[in-house]
Design a protein around this ligand. Sequence first.
Ligand code: PMP
Ligand code: GLU
Length: 401
Amino acid sequence: MSTPSILSDRINNLSESATLKMTKLGRELASKGINVISLSVGEPDFDTPDHVKQAAKQALDENYTRYSPVPGYPDLRKAIANKLKTENNLDYDISQIVVSTGAKQSLSNAILTLINPDDEVIIPTPYWVSYSEMVTLAGGKSVFINTTIESDFKITPEELEAAITPKTKLFMFSSPCNPTGSVYSKDELAGLARVFEKHPHIYIISDEIYEHINFIGKHESIAQFESIKDRVILINGFSKAFAMTGWRLGYLAASREIAAANDKLQGQTTSGTCSIAQRAGIAAYEQGLETVLEMKNAFERRRELVYNLLKDIPGVKTNLPQGAFYFFPDISAFFGKKDLQGNEIRDSADLALYLLNEGHVATVGGDSFGNDNYIRISYAASDDALREALRRIKEALAKLA
Ligand code: PMP
Ligand code: GLU
């Protein structure tokens, strides 16, 4: 008889984050002296801008070292409200903004705030790895709308309508999207907003963390549609725009009721996020977008580079992503093939492991993003590393028979 687990069902049923797992495996291999190129974790390879680092040093000297208000310092929330007004033309006052330890916490808080057991959450696939696991943790049920490369991984209003039931409580998506890089246009968002207008029981989590890494023009938020704005929980943060992944700084903007509920939840779990990171966040927003634009331009150049290299690999099918810093190519042509030791590639996780062990390139299998026919490749790496990684991937794939 097996011993019962000491852990809760909640944790036993939780999957490990695949992005973080592949990154860990890559690091382990690298620690053995192997030259591993990591294209698994999604984080800018740039350094945090100097003026932001300077503000953090000053914050320490000025003794910003004590508990902050749970939803964040008022002047940081003011800077966020200004940003939402000037960049996105969205009106929020500071009572509608809750700062957190990263967009990840804001997403998780928002779900915990809204979801009762058995509530349904509609998530278009592919989605960012943690969405469905966060829904499960909250006791909700994920309902997926599958998309493929042929529709540029975007859903239509008809598909959204068909997925809605009386139990639907929430819809969540990211645009620009992790893992596909797809970006919804204003017209496409308007089409979805019209569906939500007909269903006032549904809330919308709009994850806009990649807003500045958009190659087709101005960022569009679904919160711009006044008829549904009160039901939108806008998620954003500093990790991607300002290369601040380690600082753990994000936020949500929502109706006063939802913001207050998130404040209450955070007050019983983490309290306000790091005081020093918050002071640095103010500097990031006050300084403007110059460094963000430089990063975006570098990502756009690398996107071309990787696109051309990927198109050149037999069996790999890709589209041209319009934002974020990921490719999500279809690699299903390799399923059923065997490596030189006779091990069969059965799914995307097998392929990602094979690429790591054979080619020493870390990627992430698409299964954890809800679409098993794909792998995710982050191109937040130097041009040279990308050229070498794609050469290794091509060589490793050619060995499968
Ligand atoms: N949403 C998406 C779509 C992401 O890719 C990430 C990346 N980590 C996050 C949220 C979380 O970001 P943060 O570092 O602010 O927690
Ligand atoms: N968002 C990044 C990614 O998708 C960071 C890793 C994570 O938090 O999952 O790789």
